[in-house]
Design a protein around this ligand. Structure first.
Ligand code: AMP
Ligand code: ZN
Length: 465
């Protein structure tokens, strides 16, 4: 079965059919590094990671680009407030962001371009738009994109969202990076240097200034993936104006279709509202780790909801994630005990069912249902001693392949302190000598230290209570 994803361009689920399966360009708008990212942001990046891992499982060779937005309105404001340099300020949050991504099991992108290192490409792109008559320098010194001229060339503005052009006042301009659909207006490509920008400016043919946010992604994505590429992702709030403007700038400059397939992830909510810095209702990854949750628990929770459904975040939900993972971990541990052989084919039935669920626009609910039904059946078979070592090995291998997509990994084997291992060995010896009194005393001592003994076909093991 073919891989099918919802495409925001066509508003429908379509086959994902890149021009060349062996070279799939995938661009995901990266973080604006003005603060620690919250787990709402990470919902989008974990979603992008699932898309990439799944495509790779299905045999596509993906070239993944995720930019770092290290210059835009919010950053400049914060740099000014902090009284520091742009690089020093953004470097700290960029490093934290990349650490957090690792904690959440996300594969690093093949390229992580910083906007400030692609200013020359942005200037080139703006010059092309001016040369084609689509951009103009206004009296304020800034360069703007003319929606009227763009539409006059037969191009469509409003490919990802429906816009009402009747309300548009031709030539009206918007200088800020983020704005609502209602303020449909020419947007800034190059912003003339203002006193409040401090030392954040670059030279350009239109005078000193800095790029607008939208042109950054057009320049970086086309430089690294070419003028037409396969897949562009981001959170749903980016569809307008950011992605619509990316399309307009790119197609306006090159005359070629920019991106074939657009995917947008729905928001993570808290009590029905978007998790966001401005509403103050957010958790960073660090907040949750400090509460004792792990990266894999958070990743699992973020992957339990379909990417196009908004999802309400709660700490209870995270506790539920812990329970669900424990079910999987326990089953895997038992499988490891039974499996004696190392090489086997994965259980193809469960693997195919799982991947087929994801083929259908990443239907994770169906995919997790496959996993938990499988765990239930395995537990039954294990309890009845009806699973052969080869079957257990095949199940473990199937899990490894499924986990290459969801990447929740396995619970790290808990390190048993050596003195407790010595007690366990002593228990083995005294049991052989039929000294059950001492054997019971050892069991109690271990229990008091927080460990329980599990007798398995491969001998006694210690498990944390
Ligand atoms: P930013 O750092 O603000 O540019 O956002 C980085 C990414 O996080 C973008 O793709 C946003 O669309 C996404 N994002 C922001 N808030 C949320 C949220 N509450 N839930 C899911 N994604 C979000
Ligand atoms: Zn972007």
């Amino acid at each position: 079965m073919a891989v099918r994803f919802f495409n925001t361009l066509s508003r429908s689920v379509e086959e994902f059919a890149p021009a060349d399966r062996q070279s799939v360009g995938m661009y995901c708008c990266g973080p604006t590094v003005h603060d620690f990212a919250h787990i709402g942001n990470f919902r989008t990046f974990v979603f992008a990671d699932l898309v990439r891992r799944f495509l790779e499982f299905r045999g596509f060779a993906v070239r993944h680009v995720m930019n770092i937005t290290d210059v835009e309105d919010k950053i400049i404001r914060r740099v000014r407030e902090a009284g520091t340099t742009l690089r020093e300020f953004t470097g700290k949050y960029e490093a934290a962001f990349l650490d957090d991504l690792r904690m959440l099991g996300c594969q690093p992108a093949h390229h992580t371009p910083r906007a400030t290192e692609y200013i020359a490409e942005m200037v080139d792109l703006i010059a092309q738009l001016i040369a084609r008559g689509i951009a103009y320098q206004a009296a304020d010194g800034s360069v703007y994109f003319s929606i009227e001229k763009y539409r006059g060339c037969g191009c469509k503005y409003g490919q990802l969202v429906n816009l009402n052009f009747d309300e548009m006042r031709v030539g009206e301009r918007v200088a800020c990076d983020e704005y609502e659909k209602e303020s449909l207006a020419d947007f800034a490509l190059w912003k003339a240097r203002a006193p409040e920008d401090g030392e954040v400016f670059w030279p350009s043919p239109w005078g000193e200034g800095r790029p607008g946010w939208h042109i950054e992604c057009s320049a970086m994505s086309m430089k690294l993936l070419g003028p037409s590429f396969d897949l562009h992702l981001g959170g749903e709030d980016l569809a307008f104006p950011h992605h619509e403007d990316e399309i307009a700038q790119s197609e306006g400059a090159t005359g070629q279709p920019f991106v074939r397939h657009w995917m947008h992830g729905a928001h993570l909510l808290v009590e029905g509202k978007k998790m966001s810095k401005s509403l103050g209702n957010f958790f960073t990854l660090r907040d949750l780790l400090a509460k004792g949750f792990t990266g894999r628990e958070i990743r699992y929770l973020l992957l339990t909801a379909h990417y196009r459904d908004s999802f309400n975040f709660t700490l209870d939900g995270l506790a539920g994630a812990r329970t669900a993972l424990a079910r999987i971990d326990e089953c895997l541990a038992k499988l490891r005990e039974v499996s004696g052989v190392s090489s086997a084919q994965p259980d193809a039935v469960v693997l195919e069912k799982f991947a087929t669920a994801l083929d259908d626009d990443l239907n994770v609910s169906a995919a997790w249902a496959v996993v938990f039904d499988w765990v239930r059946d395995l537990n039954r078979a294990l309890a009845a001693n009806a699973l052969s070592p080869a079957q257990a090995a095949a199940a473990l291998l199937a899990w490894q392949r499924m986990d290459s997509m969801v990447a929740i990994g396995a619970k790290p084997e808990s390190e048993v302190p050596s003195e407790l291992l010595a007690l366990l060995q002593e228990r083995d010896a005294v049991r052989k000598a039929k000294d059950f009194k001492r054997s019971d005393a050892i069991r109690d001592e271990l229990k008091a230290k927080g460990w329980t003994i599990e007798d398995t076909p491969k001998g006694a093991k210690l498990k944390k209570l």
